[in-house]
Design a protein around this ligand. Structure first.
Ligand SMILES: NC(=O)c1ccc[n+]([C@@H]2O[C@H](COP(=O)([O-])OP(=O)(O)OC[C@H]3O[C@@H](n4cnc5c(N)ncnc54)[C@H](O)[C@@H]3O)[C@@H](O)[C@H]2O)c1
Length: 212
């Protein structure tokens, strides 16, 4: 593992994709450099916080120029491990699971979507793009044989914990959980919880402030 990718504080990890997203938008423009002040304007973080975050990984900035956008993007993708291949499956091929299959962001970030699983016989055997929906009965063997690292969990809440346990037992090291269930997983398992309704709450709160 790259030295710079070790022991990054969680609080910085949360900000790295935001820097990456904004820098990527600038990449194809004529602009070569960006100052921490300009990046602050785009991200909403203070320029001193940005300088502190980025200095954690080394000295990327050039005095009076700022950061080289292309180089910083390259560095961020190495720091975030995009060059490290990761095999992914999606468990639950309903509304959310099907939408995730069509996500275009996997390859760039080093993920390979290897399979989709469901228990509904009407879905099993259908293709989403070029990915066949397989029976959940095959899931554990598939995880072992295809060396799956991460599973996206888009099953109903009631079966989320049991499904997570089966996946962990089969060998996944991370769960990308959309079920909004408080999953209990061992400490060595990476759990990333995606709370869709949290965004709605934040928006509602901001709208509410504007009304009052
Ligand atoms: N859709 C949303 O906007 C939304 C928002 C927030 C949270 N969620 C949560 O995400 C999860 C998925 O939501 P959805 O809308 O896609 O649901 P959905 O009902 O459309 O899809 C769930 C799929 O899981 C399959 N399934 C059921 N038991 C299974 C098992 N044991 N193994 C494998 N597959 C199984 C079902 O056949 C179905 O195809 C739910 O837990 C839901 O609470 C959804």
């Amino acid at each position: 593992m790259d030295k710079r990718s070790e022991n990054i504080p969680n609080i910085i990890i949360r900000r790295l994709p935001i820097y990456y997203k904004h820098l990527k938008k600038l990449k194809n423009r004529a602009k070569e450099y960006i100052s921490s002040e300009e990046l602050a304007e785009l991200t909403g973080f203070s320029s001193s916080l940005i300088r502190k975050d980025l200095s954690y990984f080394g000295n990327f900035g050039r005095k009076s120029y700022g950061y080289d956008i292309y180089c910083l993007l390259q560095e961020l993708s190495i720091i975030m491990g995009f060059n490290h291949p990761k095999n992914l499956i999606i468990v639950g091929a309903g509304h959310l699971g099907q939408a995730l299959v069509h996500n275009k962001g996997y390859e760039e970030r080093g993920y390979k979507l290897k399979g989709v699983f469901d228990k509904n016989p009407k879905l099993i055997g259908l293709f989403l793009d070029d990915i066949k929906i397989r029976s959940v009965e095959e899931m554990c063997d598939f995880v072992k044989e295809e060396k799956i690292d991460i599973a996206a969990l888009t099953v109903p809440k009631g079966v989320a914990q049991k499904t997570a346990e089966l996946l962990i037992e089969a060998g996944v090291i991370g769960i990308w959980d959309f079920t909004e269930v408080a999953l209990k997983v061992p400490n060595n398992i990476l759990l990333e919880e995606q709370h869709i309704n949290e965004g709605l709450c934040k928006l509602s709160c901001k709208i509410n402030q504007n009304f009052n």
